[in-house]
Design a protein around this ligand. Structure first.
Ligand code: PRP
Length: 179
């Protein structure tokens, strides 16, 4: 007997697009007149960020930071390291971290601590997906779209072993027994 994975659609692209537009509208209002720097967490947030910033209607800059925690596994190993640093100036600016998902919270907790030491004017978090059932450290998410159950999800930037990031919708990935 072998095992394989099956994909089930959780959020289609249109539903995601609607939520991204709503978040962008709120962000555009909240940061009007402010020097906004959006920082996307590689690689998972790259696709979300690219849609989000195009829906923001006020001046905005963006940059990326590379974090690694999962490796090629389905569960978080809890180890967080910075693999790529943003090049933008951060002191005195309004930083908005953009994540695809907050799961255990370990990645973003460590990232927010790192960014706070850069003395920004403000520091907030935007996460497309929130999986609170797996949280290991408390995280305050300022903008979020979907609260999801304890399922492994892929698509719209999220991967399993680097695959499926290019799917336009978000899917659950479930192990299916096969003979
Ligand atoms: C994932 C995801 C978040 C983090 C969330 O990144 O993109 O950054 O894990 O998990 P946590 O809340 O348990 O810390 P991953 O390390 O898989 O890298 P990737 O973005 O390149 O897929």
């Amino acid at each position: 007997m072998t095992s394989r994975y099956s994909l089930k659609l959780l959020y289609p692209r249109d539903e995601i697009a609607g939520e991204v537009r709503r978040m962008a509208e709120r962000i555009s209002v909240d940061y009007a007149g402010k020097d906004l720097l959006v920082i996307g967490v590689l690689k998972g947030a790259a696709i979300f960020l690219s849609d989000l910033v195009r829906a923001i209607t006020i001046p905005v800059e963006f940059d990326f930071i590379g974090l690694a925690s999962y490796g090629d596994r389905v569960t978080s190993c809890g180890e967080v390291k910075i693999t790529a640093y943003p090049t933008s100036a951060m002191e005195g600016r309004h930083l908005l971290v953009v994540e695809d998902i907050v799961d255990t919270g370990l990645c973003v907790d460590s990232l927010l601590k790192f960014l706070k030491e850069r003395n920004p004017a403000s520091l907030k978090l935007c996460a497309l997906l929130d999986k609170p059932v797996r949280r290991q450290v408390p995280v305050n998410i300022d903008y979020s779209a979907f609260t999801i159950p304890d399922k492994f999800v892929v698509g719209y930037g999220l991967d399993y072993a680097q695959r499926y990031r290019n799917l336009p919708g978000i899917h659950t990935l479930e192990e299916a027994a096969d003979d």
